[in-house]
Ligand binder design. Sequence first.
Ligand code: SAH
Length: 397
Amino acid sequence: MTSEFTLKANPKYIKQFQKGFPLLNKDNVNGIQGNLDEGTIINLVDGTYRFIAKGYYGKQNKGIGWLVSWKEHEQIDVDFFHQKLDYAVNQRLHFLYDEETTAFRVFNSEGDGFGGITLDYFDGYYLIQWYSEGAYSFKEDIMAAIKKLPNYKGLYQKKRFSVEGNYLEENDFVHGEQPSFPLLVKENGVNFAIYLNDGAMVGVFLDQREVRKLIRDKYSDGKRVLNTFSYTGAFSVFAALGGAIETTSVDLANRSLSKTIEQFSINGIDYEAQNIIVDDVFKYFKYAVKKELSFDMVILDPPSFARSKKHTFSASKDYKDLLKEAIAITEDHGIIVASTNCSTFNMKKFKSFIENAFNESSGSYKLLEEFTLPEDFKTINQYKQGDYLKVVFIQKL
Ligand code: SAH
């Protein structure tokens, strides 16, 4: 039996909570002494014990739990999850019926009404990510609801229980059929090789779908493209399919070489005609300057935080310098695609990094395109911080 706990909201935050702000943290509530059991149901009340909302205790990087219902008598049970998931799927039916795109996000955490979990769809195979032990404590009800979802074939999971959101290495298969890997899915007609049971990342970041499409459809024809922090080379593949005369993919991880070769190959592109480089991006920039290389398009999609042998990169501190390195090897009138998934700064701040980078490089620029999360990564107005993605297409003038 799950336990319950009555928690008082900090008076300063009551209005926000009443309007639907979903995150509980140490500042906006009073009266948690010590640790509650993960998964404890929380009844959030005001100073006179009037009900505001209910949620659960689950520690993760963002806070100590999520509010999931503003109805006093709603139970957090299998029917609750059925309803939430059905509603979420119904908003995404056009993805389900789209034969050109067979991978998308079905359920996006607090954006779909239950913070701490996400659910992705890969051609009938579902992948759930748990962001706290508290979220995981609802697993039976949640899994029962998932098994009823459209085209359900099987379920995989990633446990990201640590406070930093890091992944716990284990067998991620949960239930149903197991496909042979790679599982091939499509995105706007392009193939992706997906591995649901091979570590923290599955081969693609679904939130960049619109960016990839635009790179292919509008910005690649006849261009020489540098894709940094390239992982499986997804941006390079879309650029090549869009008519790029040459792509160069740079990533530090050894696995990126075989993964990028695979990604090109399953799309009928000769990988030997492309450059795939396993190296530190910062070292590559120096090499490119020395060799006087330059590109028509440079894609920057670093992790929010990364440590390599020589370098610690933190998006909030170092993005401006990364941009300066890119500016130095981008042709005049060329494009820089600057992307970040760092949630500690917003679009306005991101644009100030761009402004400062060009000022310090004595260059001018024009902003051409701007992206935040796509519609399947649903976010809510009450929690704008949930929209972590920022992508800007910048033309160097
Ligand atoms: N742009 C990719 C996703 C990037 S994930 C895509 O669209 O799919 C971040 C990648 O950055 C990882 O593959 C990691 O290996 C790589 N990385 C981290 N630090 C790096 C560095 N200093 N140099 C090169 N690659 C780095």
